[in-house]
Write a protein that binds this ligand. Structure first.
Ligand code: ZN
Ligand code: ZN
Length: 378
């Protein structure tokens, strides 16, 4: 499964360039390795870079939207080397990052939480008509003991005495160029400007704890394998009681024993004896809407398809439904007894078919190619 770049940036699939850029800048500020050095965050920083590189480039975006996998030039080492060739969003990163860096001061303990994703099995009829399902999610929630502050009840965070709340410490060194002043994040408070002398025992000062809860998810009609439903604010709560990320529910459609889905159409094959194909018949079929008779007209050929209109999957957007397409396979009788063979020979004589020459055509006209044509909408 390829990464969903839209989900990575937390924007919808129809987001415009401005919205994509804004989302990227917000995340880049939050997740930049210099701000936030823990390895998990750096991993996420690389992800948002890769996502932005594709979505901000109209050509790559188009390839990606069509299901392709555009090779992202600087994706792998995005967090590490700004100088790398092919790193398209260099100026955006600098903008995003230095926009904050120039605002000196302690950084907030409060940060937005991570997005979370959960996979959900959905039966074909549920995908066709929509449903609601309860799911169990296990995410970080605000710690009730300290209300997300991270300090044990009755205590509070104190101004850091090393940096006096500035979040950074400066050092003046003499070099042959003169005096050089360098600043770095305060080692005592990690740049927060405050220290928590007595961390909350429940959450060890993180301000959040893990919890399992049940959510009811509305699955709209027309979802497909890989469709992601975004539940805003149902992801992980951020450190320090920060706002929650989003939860994405990824649909996994359980294969149906009879129907194969192509887009919003369903396909199946019915096998009938040669006599029924010649004389016509009706075959009962359990569709998603209940039992229906499939009308096989006299003279039906092998490979012919019979559409049952509006018996497929509801369209996710707009009204209407796909079709259910029944492909007919005609079975030629084998092992004839004497009487049957005699009857067939009489029939052949009546039809002048004792020694048919056969009708040759170019290419492959069999069942398989007709199926392919039907799938390709030809
Ligand atoms: Zn706590
Ligand atoms: Zn400090």
């Amino acid at each position: 499964m390829a990464t969903d770049y839209y989900a990575v940036l937390g924007v919808s699939r129809d987001a415009g360039q401005d919205e994509i850029k804004k989302a990227f800048r917000r995340l880049a500020r939050e997740l930049h390795p210099d701000v936030n050095p823990d390895p998990k965050t750096q991993e996420r920083f690389k992800e948002i870079n890769a996502a932005y590189e594709v979505l901000s480039d109209p050509q790559k975006k188009q390839v990606y939207d069509l299901g392709g996998d555009p090779i992202s030039g600087g994706g792998g080492g995005a967090g590490a080397g700004f100088g790398a060739a092919g790193f398209g969003n260099f100026s955006d990163i600098m903008d995003a990052f230095f926009g904050t860096a120039s605002q000196r001061g302690p950084r907030s303990r409060t940060r937005r939480g991570q997005d979370a994703m959960i996979r959900l099995d959905v039966e074909l009829d549920e995908a066709a008509f929509g449903t609601t399902k309860d799911i169990q999610v296990d995410t970080a929630v605000v710690c009730n003991t300290c209300n997300g502050e991270g300090a044990a009840p009755g205590t509070s965070a104190q101004t850091c005495d090393m940096c006096r709340g500035r979040g950074e410490v400066s050092q003046v060194t003499r070099s042959f160029l003169g005096q050089v002043m360098t600043s770095r994040p305060c080692p005592q408070c990690q740049g927060f400007g405050t220290v928590v002398p007595t961390p909350c025992h429940e959450c060890a000062g993180d301000g959040r704890v893990r919890s399992r809860r049940t959510l009811t998810v509305k699955i709209p009609a027309g979802v497909d394998n890989g469709t992601r439903i975004q539940l805003a604010g149902e992801g992980e709560v951020g450190p320090g009681g920060g706002p929650a990320g989003d939860l994405y529910v990824e649909i996994h459609e359980v294969p149906h024993p009879v129907f194969q889905r192509r887009g919003d159409d369903l396909h199946c094959t019915v096998t009938i004896p040669m006599t029924a194909a010649a004389l016509g018949t009706q075959c009962p079929l359990e569709t998603l809407d209940g039992m229906e008779e499939v009308d096989i007209r006299p003279g039906t050929q092998s490979g012919q398809s019979i559409p049952l209109h509006q018996r497929g999957i509801k369209h996710l957007r707009g009204g209407g439904r796909g079709d259910l397409i029944v492909h007919v396979e005609v079975q030629t009788p084998g092992k004839l007894d004497a009487q049957q063979e005699d009857l067939l020979r009489q029939l052949a004589t009546l039809r002048g078919e004792e020694r048919p020459a056969g009708h040759f055509q170019p290419g492959q006209q069999g069942l398989f190619s007709r199926l392919k044509d039907a799938f390709n909408g030809r």
